[in-house]
Design a protein around this ligand. Structure first.
Ligand SMILES: *Cc1c(COP(=O)(O)O)cnc(C)c1O
Length: 378
């Protein structure tokens, strides 16, 4: 294992502590922040928010983008727009960050956990179809869960560590089962499946710009959609549902104060300018890791076939739980930050009574996957 830590120190060219993922500010960040402060438009209205939304929509190839204060709020609003209500159910994967399940819970709906594929680590279309065929029926153009008698309104797959899941197949299954597809692409900016950017397969998709993501606005998120009405509603709901007027303050529903401040957007516009450089750099890192681990008993996680991954968090698979723990212990005791995959959502107190499919793959990965340092090396 000393070979591993020596190699990581060598490629990051340091003997100091190596974090899992640090942001890089090497472009116009300070210039745009200064400009933003000078303009006095530091809050939720401003030119940088508008500019970011236009540039982001163009980058991922969606018609509309609506900036929000973080990825969780983007997901919350997307689920509301997917018409998810209290007493509904939403299918997601157990191997995800808590934000996915928190956002589902804010609507009052309950998650259902369906297994992931071993290679993509994202929702398995095969498990999804099997779950639906066994447990559900279509009644009045809705997908009804025969066990709970509730309606499954939406499905939220997630592109784990930036590796795209089989999202085109998932989109087809959701379509035929009358389930709205909301893509949690929080981790997959710069990742494509069959040449199409992740986040653009469903009715709505979201991204996060938290400090540890590929690019950051400090905190931030975005909703993308091709649907003009949904885009307008997203903007409306994230800005307190205020009716546009020169001076009147009138609101037509319970809204949210979820808009991204202009200060954060200024930082983000500068980060976007270096996104392609960051992605190229992360791909080079993945290549170095792949070559190194090929000569060891540890498996490096490669991008799935027919996909381009952003390699947000580089990952390795250890032999078993014991070896995983030994690896975590050794690396973290030797100045290199590594982290296991998340504890599966169905094991958490809040979700332990939720319905699950067979979760063999998620359990297998949970016991073996470790993330290793993944920052852009500049
Ligand atoms: C980062 C992340 C989010 C959103 O997180 P925020 O911190 O609210 O921006 C949502 N889902 C997943 C899977 C994530 O990794």
């Amino acid at each position: 294992m000393k070979k591993v830590t020596d190699f990581i120190k060598k490629i990051f060219n340091t003997n100091e502590f190596i974090p899992l993922h640090e942001p890089r500010f090497i472009g116009n960040e300070k210039a745009y922040l200064n400009d933003c402060i000078d303009s006095t438009f530091v809050s939720s209205v401003g030119a940088y928010v508008d500019r970011f939304e236009k540039e982001f929509a163009r980058y991922v190839g969606s018609k509309y983008a609506i900036a929000t204060m973080n990825g969780t709020s983007a997901l919350h609003i997307s689920l509301i727009l997917a018409n998810v209500k209290r007493d509904d159910e939403v299918i997601t994967q157990p191997l995800t960050f808590i934000a996915t399940c928190n956002a589902i819970s804010y609507t009052g709906a309950k998650p259902i956990f369906v297994d992931v594929d071993l290679d993509t680590m994202g929702l398995s279309p095969k498990s999804l179809e099997e779950f639906l065929k066994t447990n559900c029926e279509i009644i009045d153009n809705s997908c009804r869960n025969k066990t709970t008698k509730k309606i499954i309104k939406a499905c939220v797959p997630m592109h784990t560590f930036g590796h795209p899941c089989r999202i085109d197949e998932i989109a087809q299954i959701c379509d035929s089962w009358k389930i709205v597809l909301v893509e949690d692409s929080a981790e997959s900016l710069g990742s494509y499946h069959k040449s199409r950017h992740t986040g653009t397969f469903g009715k709505l998709g979201i991204f996060s710009f938290n400090g540890n993501k590929v690019i950051t606005s400090g905190g931030g998120g975005v909703i993308v959609t091709d649907d003009e009405i949904l885009a307008k509603q997203a903007k409306h709901l994230t800005t307190t549902a205020k009716i546009l007027h020169k001076w009147e303050y009138t609101h037509d529903s319970i809204g949210y104060n979820y808009r991204m401040p202009n200060l954060n957007a200024a930082l983000l516009v500068a980060q976007m300018e270096n996104l392609d450089l960051f992605l190229e750099n992360k791909r080079e890192l993945a290549k170095l890791y792949a070559e190194f681990f090929e000569k060891s008993t540890i498996t490096f996680v490669q991008e799935p076939s027919e996909s381009i991954s952003n390699f947000w968090l580089q990952a390795v698979v250890l032999k078993d739980l014991e070896e995983r723990n030994a690896f975590l212990d050794y690396t973290n005791s030797n100045g290199i930050m590594t982290r296991p995959a998340w504890t599966l959502m169905n094991k958490l107190e809040m979700f332990k009574n939720c319905q699950c499919s067979d979760l063999s793959n998620a359990l297998w990965l949970e016991a073996r996957v470790v993330n290793i340092p993944s920052s852009v090396r500049i």
